[in-house]
Design a protein around this ligand. Sequence first.
Ligand code: KG4
Ligand code: ZN
Length: 333
Amino acid sequence: MSFFSKPILAIETSCDETSAAVIVGREVRSNVVASQIAMHQKWGGVVPEAAARAHVQAVIPVIEEALAKAGIANDALGAIAVTNRPGLVGALSVGVTVAKAMAFGLGIPLIGIHHLEGHILSTLALNDTPEFPYTCLIVSGGHTELVDVQAPGQYRIVGQTRDDAAGEAFDKGARLLGLGYPGGYAIQQAALTGNPTRYALPKGLSGDTIDFSFSGLKTAVLRLVEKEGANISVPDAAASLQEAIVAVLTERSMRAMDQLGSRTLSLVGGVAANVALRTRLQAACDRYGYGFFPAPIELCTDNAAMIGLAASTRLARGESNDFSMDVYPNSDL
Ligand code: KG4
Ligand code: ZN
């Protein structure tokens, strides 16, 4: 696999993190993330217009910090990479507009990257990277997908959620349990002292499938909260919810590996930061003799480094976009 040789500035503004990174080859020289979580917390979720406006304020300072941390001057850059799909249109537009202006001003190539390809290729930052072909489990706030990764740029979705994403199940469960937003990390922490077998929660979809369904879980947590009232044990409920999600993600991943005849699994996306999930998948892969490659924790939730890594593979293949490049709220991988 080859990588672009000159420094790449990557920009990610698809949702609620403003991020910029400098990548050389497959080395992350800097990765700055300005989170809007505090702002969106008071509404209990991401407000698109507020997100776009916060990107407008943060994007140039974040880029300046990424360049300074990497010790790279503007005129040493070889390309500008930016997430242009999928995501919130207003949020994406901020990053794409800045990326176009910089590429135009510096006279260097511009490349638009699919956010999910960024997540998939976040494992390129590992010292020891998974060998192609392999199976990738993407678990984030918007996605739950099992992907057959043949090579950089060659992806086939083999399993996916039929309703909510795994991250949404964490976030909605956390909200019902009064643990705030975003919920994944809050559930993980509350679960540390909880009993995962205390409350029985549904795992969604029975039979031989490698698809997922998490909407029943949300309803079950709602029923549990209504039934138990003030008697509910939040740590036990958090542990039971985490257990239901981790168990189903592990079971379906192992089934997909078996069906594809794959021997290597990678784990990426915001929910990949979950320690219980990483531990369980590691144990399952050990049992079957599979290689397991979880993304570096700091590259699990949204960041520009993963966008730069994906760009590095595409630029090395001679790809780039012209200045009429658009943003796409919905886009298949
Ligand atoms: O990849 P990401 O930053 O954004 C999307 O592309 O969606 O993922 C965000 C999701 C949120 O649902 C958040 O609750 C979840 O990742 N998350 C976690 C953890 N850290 C973040 N879920 C479980 N355990 C965690 N430690
Ligand atoms: Zn993401």
